[in-house]
Design a protein around this ligand. Structure first.
Ligand code: 6GU
Length: 226
């Protein structure tokens, strides 16, 4: 999978996408991330990419021309399955969206700043809008990093047995069960006997029951009786 990100603060994206599992995905060639500085497509020598909004009001708007030129430059080399705009007024990101995006080949992600991007780019270029939650960030970069991480770890070959996504919270709309490691008795707080039993079927049943109970208790909105 290849993801091209258009940003006015590319530095914000480098670190989160260069460590741990994202680093492994990129080193293995399973995930390619290219971050493009929007200023390359600025409208003048001052690097201008934003301007006052028509109709008045505080806050700048990202101009259509640099964004259109950035997208069209990228499109010269390949076709993109989605052009995503990360914005707090988009549909909320979840595991199901991550799963769907992990099946795509090439994506563009546009990171907004200031008051957002000119509406005409949303209408004529953007194919999918995503918000990562009901709160406002100062720019789309951290949201883009969240999306790339959630999608990148699902690509075949990125995770191994130890890190497998199959038991993650939210797969099957269930939260993950509790986990324990050594020592089996820590300050008198003991690991549940069943996990020490060596009986894989009983352990699997216990984990499933715990996952269901946790989901009922903590996230009744996710829980279904099926
Ligand atoms: Cl995608 N961008 C910004 N700026 N704020 C957000 C967001 C995105 N998702 C939630 N808050």
């Amino acid at each position: 999978m290849r993801i091209d990100i258009i940003s006015v603060v590319p530095e914000l994206l480098e670190s989160p996408l260069s460590h741990s599992i994202m680093k492994r995905a990129r080193d293995k060639g399973l995930l390619e991330v290219h971050v493009h500085h929007l200023r390359q497509w600025a409208v003048n020598e001052y690097g201008q990419v934003d301007d006052y909004q028509y109709g008045g009001g505080a806050g700048m708007v990202m101009m259509p021309e640099p964004l259109a030129n950035a997208i069209e430059t990228l499109q010269k080399d390949r076709t993109y399955d989605e052009i995503i705009y990360v914005t707090p007024d988009g549909p909320r990101f979840d595991q199901s969206t991550a799963n769907q995006l992990s099946l795509k080949g090439n994506l563009i992600i546009i990171c907004g700043h200031y008051k957002g991007i000119d509406e005409r780019i949303r209408q004529h270029f953007v194919t999918k809008e995503i918000s990562i939650g009901d709160y406002v960030l100062s720019g789309g970069e951290l949201a883009a990093a969240v999306i790339v991480d959630a999608v990148g770890r699902l690509l075949p070959g990125v995770l191994n047995d130890e890190t497998s996504a199959l038991m993650d919270s939210f797969q099957d709309n269930l939260l993950a069960p509790p986990v324990y490691t050594r020592p089996s008795d820590f300050r008198g707080w003991k690991v549940p006997d069943i996990l020490m039993s060596g009986d894989p079927l009983k352990i699997a049943d216990w984990r499933y029951e715990q996952a269901v109970q946790r989901t009922k208790d903590r996230r009744p909105d996710l829980h279904s009786d099926q």
